[in-house]
Ligand binder design. Structure first.
Ligand SMILES: Nc1ncnc2c1ncn2[C@@H]1O[C@H](COP(=O)(O)OP(=O)(O)O)[C@@H](O)[C@H]1O
Ligand SMILES: [Mg+2]
Length: 343
């Protein structure tokens, strides 16, 4: 283990270590003033993925750790490729957990995803409806009479937009399965990640009106943050994890600006660590028969995601109470190669 590592993948939380992260290189410095905003803590989507984490075992090898830390030092997105179940999406959670960076902002990509979805949404129709109500029922709402006048109520930052809010500590942003996107998204994304900023034209347009220079908008976490002159600019560059199942290649300019990490499916010590994280110490040894079935089956070159092993162990633990003999068969049923279809 090298001591320049900020993220060590040991499993235990070390929220102070991020303070040891040196200044970014000059070409990745973002200088927006920090805005007052409280980052919400990790939520259940992290604990679901990571398990109880009672056993501190290294879940990443040194080569992987070097690349993850390189991305942290360079303030560059990490582009993680690897087979399904390799632990790509979980990596973002693991970093947020260990470094105490708060709730992971998740942006699952589908073919229809556009840059705009990740940045912010503006509910113009909702605002129009409220404006009509404000007009037709004067004083009916005892609360602020002119709800629709507060444009910030109708603007909500997406996961990418929220990651770029000038917080003191970097947020973790997971852009999951980027290879599912349409052809333009990777390039559009590139510009925003290079600049660390974006504009909200709806706010820019009105920022010269009295009282509208700074407007509070909603974040992806449901908090309110001030946006001045319609510009969202980052302070600490977020830790961005982009994952890909290699369904498509990415454009060269994107690859050039990311730190690429190829994650192998977990085996041996890493697999043991995962099983113990989810089922407690000793679980790896106790379920050795199933683990062996899983790894042996792997020898035929077929693709089996780790999730299947976790499901099989879970079920086998319960089935063992009834008919112990069915453990093996049950596990077999669940652990099927992905690329062969049902038998
Ligand atoms: N570091 C880890 N600690 C605990 N469990 C993990 C870890 N990495 C992966 N897993 C488990 O392995 C499974 C597959 O991980 P996932 O991140 O969904 O893979 P991918 O995104 O590569 O398809 C999940 O069930 C997850 O809970
Ligand atoms: Mg995934």
């Amino acid at each position: 283990m090298s001591d320049w590592f900020i993220y060590r993948g040991t499993g235990g939380p070390a929220p102070d270590r991020i303070r040891d992260l040196p200044e970014p290189p000059p070409w990745r410095r973002f200088d927006a003033p920090v805005v007052p905003y409280e980052v919400p803590p990790l939520d259940s989507s992290t604990s679901r993925r990571l398990g109880a984490r009672s056993v501190p075992l290294p879940v990443q090898d040194d080569g992987t750790l070097e690349l993850i830390n390189a991305a942290l030092y360079l303030r560059r997105p990490l582009l993680v490729t690897g087979p399904p179940g390799a632990g790509k999406s979980t990596l973002a959670h693991s970093i947020a957990y260990e470094l105490g960076l708060g709730r992971v902002l998740e942006w699952p990509i589908v073919s229809r995803s556009e840059l705009r979805d990740g940045l912010y949404t503006y509910d113009a129709i909702g605002r129009l409806q409220d404006a009509q109500l404000d007009r037709t029922v004067p004083g009916a709402d005892a609360a602020p009479a002119d709800r629709s006048g507060d444009i910030g109520r109708y603007l909500r930052l997406g996961p990418l937009g929220t990651a770029l809010v000038a917080a003191e500590r970097p947020r973790v942003l997971l852009i999951d399965e980027l290879d599912k996107s349409d052809i333009d998204l990777p390039n559009d994304l590139l510009n925003v990640l290079e600049e660390g900023r974006f504009a909200i034209p709806e706010l820019e347009r009105i920022s010269d009106r009295p009282g509208q220079e700074t407007v509070e908008v909603l974040t992806d976490d449901g908090r309110r943050v001030p946006v001045t002159h319609g510009q969202v600019r980052c302070h600490a560059f977020p830790f961005v994890v982009m994952t890909s199942n290699r369904e498509r290649e990415f454009p060269a300019p994107l690859l050039r600006r990311c730190v690429p990490l190829d994650l192998e499916a977990p085996r041996d010590q890493r697999l043991a660590a995962l099983v113990q994280a989810h089922f407690g110490a000793g679980a790896y040894e106790d379920n050795h028969d199933i683990v062996e079935q899983f790894t042996e089956a792997e020898a035929d070159g077929a693709l089996r995601p780790t999730d299947q092993l976790l499901n099989a162990i879970f079920l086998a633990q319960h089935a063992a109470r009834g008919a112990a003999g069915r453990r093996g068969e049950l596990a077999q049923l669940l652990m099927r190669p992905l690329d062969r279809g049902p038998r």
